[in-house]
Design a protein around this ligand. Structure first.
Ligand code: COA
Length: 371
C-alpha cells in the first residue's frame, strides 16, 4: 500500500516532540509549547532539545556564555560570504556556509560532535546572515561580536547595527521557540535520512536547509509576506483572495499536513504580530492578515499555520523578507541536531520501498535498431 507524501505514516519513533497525537498538544520533551513560548527563552529550549533536559541557572549561564564564544566567523568563511553574489538567497548562503564550515571545522576533529556542531551553528548563523547582508547591501565589513547575550538579540543587533529593541528581541525569541522543533517534518526527516547513512552532522543540517527552503515547508513564511503585502487593504484582501480561491490557488501560510483543526503555535505568533504592530502604530499588515484568516475560515474552513502570522511579526521586527526562512533555520537547527543525536543512538538505514509503476520487463534494442 502507498500513501501520497507518506501522509499518516508513522516512519519511526522519537522522544523529542509530539505534535499532539497523545492528546497533549504540541510538546517538546513533554513541555507544552505554550508554556515554553510564554515562560522560557530560546536558549533554554535549544538546551532542552539538544541536551535532553531544561538547564538549571548555572547550566543556562554557561550555555549562553558558550554560544557567545561561538559567534565569530573564520576569515576564510568571510571571504566566501563576500564572494557570493548579492543576489544569492540567504537560504543558499546558510546551506553553502554550513557545508564550508564542515571543511574548516570537521566533525570528529578536535573533539567535535553533533552537540558541539549544533551549538556552533546555532551561535553563528546570525553572524553569517548579518555579515553577508551588511557586506552586500550596505557595503560594510562588520565585526560579528555584539553586546547582546541572546541568539535573538545578537541577530537583530548585527542586522541593524544598533542595540536590539527589547520588544522585537522578545518577539523573535518567542518565535525561535515556536520554530525550534516539530517532529518528523520534511526537513527533520531529511536530516534523519542523511544521518541514517552514518554521514556527518554538517551534511544532515545542509540537507535539512535545502528541504526547509521550499514554499510548502519553511519558505511559506516568505510566501505569506508576499501575499499579505500584495494587498492594499482588508477589503482588497477579501476580494483578491476570493478570486485566488476561485482559481484554486494555494494560499501560503494556511493548511498543515498534521494539524487539521488549528496550529497551536499560530495564536501565540498572532499575538506577537499584534503587539509589534500596535507598538509601531501600524496595523496595516496585521489587519489584512486577520481578514485573510477570516475569509479562509469562512470559505475553506482552514486555519493559519505558524508561518502566516510569523510573516507580519518578522516584518514588524524589521527583518527583511528574504531572511524569514533563514531565521527559521537558526531556530530549527537545535531540533535537527536533537534528531541527529537520537537517530545515531539507535540507527538503522532509512530505506523504504517504492511501488513500481514503470514498463514491464522488455528487451534492450541497440541504438542502430531504434529508428
Ligand atoms: N490554500 C488553499 N487550499 C489548500 C491549502 C492552501 N494553503 N492547503 C491545502 N489546500 C487544499 C488542497 O488543495 C486540497 O484541496 P482538494 O482536496 O480540493 O484537492 C485540500 O485542501 C487538502 O489539502 P492537502 O493537499 O491534502 O494537504 P496536505 O496535507 O498535503 O498539504 C500543506 C499540507 C502544508 C503542504 C498545504 O496545506 C500547503 O501547501 N499549504 C501552503 C503552504 C504552507 O503554508 N506551508 C507551511 C506548512 S507549516
Amino acid at each position: 500500500m502507498t500513501t501520497s507524501g507518506l501522509s499518516g505514516i508513522t516512519a519511526g519513533s522519537s522522544a523529542i516532540s509530539t505534535v499532539g497525537k497523545a492528546g497533549f498538544g504540541l510538546t517538546y520533551r513533554g513541555y507544552s509549547i505554550k508554556d515554553l513560548a510564554t515562560l522560557s527563552t530560546f536558549e533554554e529550549v535549544a538546551y532542552l532539545l539538544i541536551y535532553g533536559s531544561l538547564p538549571g541557572q548555572k547550566q543556562l549561564d554557561a550555555y549562553k556564555k558558550k554560544l557567545i564564544g561561538l559567534r565569530s566567523l573564520p576569515d576564510a568563511l568571510k571571504t566566501l560570504l563576500e564572494a557570493m553574489p548579492a543576489s544569492t538567497h540567504p537560504m543558499d548562503v546558510l546551506r553553502t556556509m554550513t557545508s564550508f564550515l564542515g571543511t574548516l571545522e570537521p566533525e570528529g576533529e578536535k573533539g567535535r560532535t553533533a552537540v558541539s556542531i549544533g551549538d556552533r551553528l546555532t551561535a553563528s548563523f546570525g553572524s553569517v546572515l548579518a555579515y553577508w547582508y551588511r557586506f552586500h547591501l550596505r557595503n560594510e565589513r562588520i565585526d560579528t561580536e555584539s553586546d547582546e547575550d541572546t541568539v535573538a538579540g545578537h541577530f537583530l543587533s548585527l542586522l541593524t547595527g544598533k542595540p536590539a529593541d527589547p520588544l522585537k528581541r522578545d518577539a523573535l525569541d518567542a518565535t525561535l521557540i515556536l520554530y525550534a522543533e516539530h517532529e518528523f517534518n520534511a526537513s527533520t526527516f531529511t536530516a534523519r535520512v542523511i544521518t541514517s547513512t552514518l554521514s556527518d552532522t554538517y551534511s544532515a543540517v545542509a540537507g535539512a536547509i535545502g528541504a526547509l527552503r521550499g514554499p510548502l515547508h519553511g519558505g511559506a513564511n516568505e510566501a505569506a509576506m508576499e501575499l499579505v503585502s500584495s494587498f492594499d487593504s482588508p477589503q482588497d484582501a477579501e476580494k483578491s483572495l476570493l478570486n485566488m480561491l476561485q482559481a484554486r490557488r494555494l494560499i501560503m501560510g494556511f493548511g498543515h499536513r498534521v494539524y487539521k483543526n488549528g496550529d497551536p503555535r499560530s495564536p501565540i505568533v498572532k499575538d506577537w504580530a499584534r503587539r509589534l504592530s500596535e507598538a509601531a502604530g501600524n496595523r496595516t499588515y496585521y489587519d489584512i492578515s486577520e481578514r485573510v484568516e477570516q475569509v479562509m475560515m469562512r470559505e475553506k474552513g482552514m486555519f493559519p499555520n505558524l508561518d502566516f502570522y510569523a510573516a507580519t511579526a518578522y516584518h514588524m521586527c524589521g527583518i527583511p523578507t528574504a531572511m524569514f526562512t533563514p531565521v527559521f533555520v537558526i531556530a530549527r537547527t537545535s531540533g535537527w541536531v536533537a534528531h541527529v543525536i537520537e537517530q545515531r543512538a539507535d540507527n538503522k538505514l532509512i530505506r523504504p520501498l517504492s511501488e513500481y509503476t514503470g514498463p514491464k520487463p522488455r528487451a534492450y534494442v541497440s541504438v542502430a535498431d531504434r529508428g
